[in-house]
Design a protein around this ligand. Structure first.
Ligand SMILES: Cc1ncc(COP(=O)(O)O)c(C=O)c1O
Length: 402
């Protein structure tokens, strides 16, 4: 007799990315020379995990009571205030309208958005190049996922395709939940310009009277963009307040290089106080109904890192070094890949780049034979430059054209 319900009896038993990483690691441990561009963690050039020393040091000083005790269901007030103050520095209108709950990583924030802003069976909307777990999360929570074409012929965000899907979803399901992962989009590496944000906002506002539309900005790589001011795009979002729902999936995983600490937040901007309180109640209820609360010690540490000016400055300095490490790889990739005719979006920084290829599976298989691991997707392969040492970039590029 099968005890699993039918819908869960044929779940894939492996996450594709983790499986490829496992295979690459096995071959490497067996003595082969392997370039592993599958996993989304930033590695030093010697292959070790890049870790901000200030964060690692502080975690050791967190009092044991902070590790042992429960946190409040929605997160400690100090943590929530620190996240909001940091996220919206210089953007008071957004800060004033914001409420938040702590979540285990950005993933938890995405989960809460799916459950609170879509009805069961409805579909979230996102570009056709998206982080694979969006689909897993939607499926697990009995929601669907629909895409719009990400890039127009000129290589910019295809705003017309977005507009058409907004229209279609409002007709078919009466509401929209749009996920945009920017800057340093996973998997493409793309970061939108202010002018592209402006157009997105225009389109959202144009449809906003027809039904509830909610934009979620997935900020997982927020601090790795190359814009002088990583918060500049927020000025474009302010006109949405009160007309289009505005959510931010905030993650400490990459910003503080502690992926396993599972610290994140879902931030919701809602200028109407009554509605904001209802939002806070709904999100806190979701916390209680899933993971109860997050790790108090992690919330405590991240609060300190965001609010103690000298710790913050130290972290920012160490992160700058990591960004330089990454930028050197991006520059090396661009210098070699463009002249060889590889087709990929504007790539200025960030953990990944996507190289378009019609035969993604065949290309990834061929690359494996050459000892190089990437993640095949529909019409492209995802290259995690974050985990490739600078010295291996030429071999990586060669294998993409071999
Ligand atoms: C696009 C994107 N969103 C969200 C996340 C969530 O990360 P975490 O749950 O570790 O904060 C990731 C992690 O890889 C990601 O790539």
């Amino acid at each position: 007799m099968r005890h699993l319900i039918p819908a869960r009896q044929n779940r894939p038993d492996k996450d594709v990315i983790f499986a490829l990483n496992g295979e690459a690691t096995r071959r490497k441990n067996a003595g082969e020379s392997i370039v592993n561009a599958t996993i989304g963690s930033l590695m030093n050039d010697d292959g070790s995990l890049a870790i901000l020393d200030t964060v690692a040091g502080l975690l050791k000083q967190v009092p044991r009571e902070e590790w042992a005790a429960y946190a409040p269901i929605g997160g400690t007030p100090q943590y929530l205030e620190a996240v909001l103050a940091d996220t919206f520095a210089g953007h008071d209108a957004l800060k004033k309208a914001a409420t938040a709950v702590a979540t285990p990583g950005g993933t938890g924030a995405l989960r809460h958005a799916l459950m609170n802003y879509l009805e069961s069976g409805q579909k979230m909307l996102t570009p056709n190049f998206y982080w694979g777990p969006y689909m897993t999360l939607a499926d697990e929570h009995e929601r669907g996922l629909e895409t719009f074409n990400m890039f127009s012929k000129d290589g910019l965000l295809d705003v017309a395709a977005l507009d058409a899907k907004l229209d279609a979803q409002l007709k078919s399901q009466g509401r929209v939940l749009l996920f945009l992962n920017d800057p340093c989009n996973n998997p493409t590496g793309y970061s939108m310009r202010g002018s592209e944000w402006k157009q997105v906002v225009e389109r959202l506002l144009a449809h906003s009277e027809r039904g509830p539309i909610t934009l979620l900005v997935d900020m997982a790589y927020f601090l790795y963009g190359t814009a002088n001011d990583p918060r500049a795009f927020m000025a474009e979002l302010t006109p949405l307040l009160g007309r289009v729902g505005l959510l931010f999936a905030w993650s400490g995983s990459k910003s503080f290089t502690h992926y396993g600490l599972r610290i994140g937040a879902l931030i919701a901007c809602e200028p109407d106080e009554k509605e904001r309180n209802a939002t806070q109640a709904a999100l806190a209820f979701s916390c209680r109904g899933t993971w109860s609360n997050c790790t108090r010690g992690g919330l405590f540490a991240v609060t300190k890192l965001l609010t103690d000016s000298s710790l913050k400055a130290q972290c920012d300095g160490e992160r700058e070094k990591l960004k330089r490490l990454l930028t050197a790889r991006v520059d090396a990739f661009n210098a070699l890949a463009r002249p060889k005719g590889l087709d990929y979006p504007r790539y200025e920084g960030g953990f990944f780049v996507t190289v378009f290829t019609p035969d993604a599976e065949a290309r990834a298989t061929k690359m494996k034979e050459l000892g190089v691991y990437v993640v095949p997707q529909k019409g492209a392969v995802r290259v995690a430059l974050c985990s490739v040492g600078s010295a291996d970039v030429p071999r990586l590029v060669d294998s993409l054209v071999a």
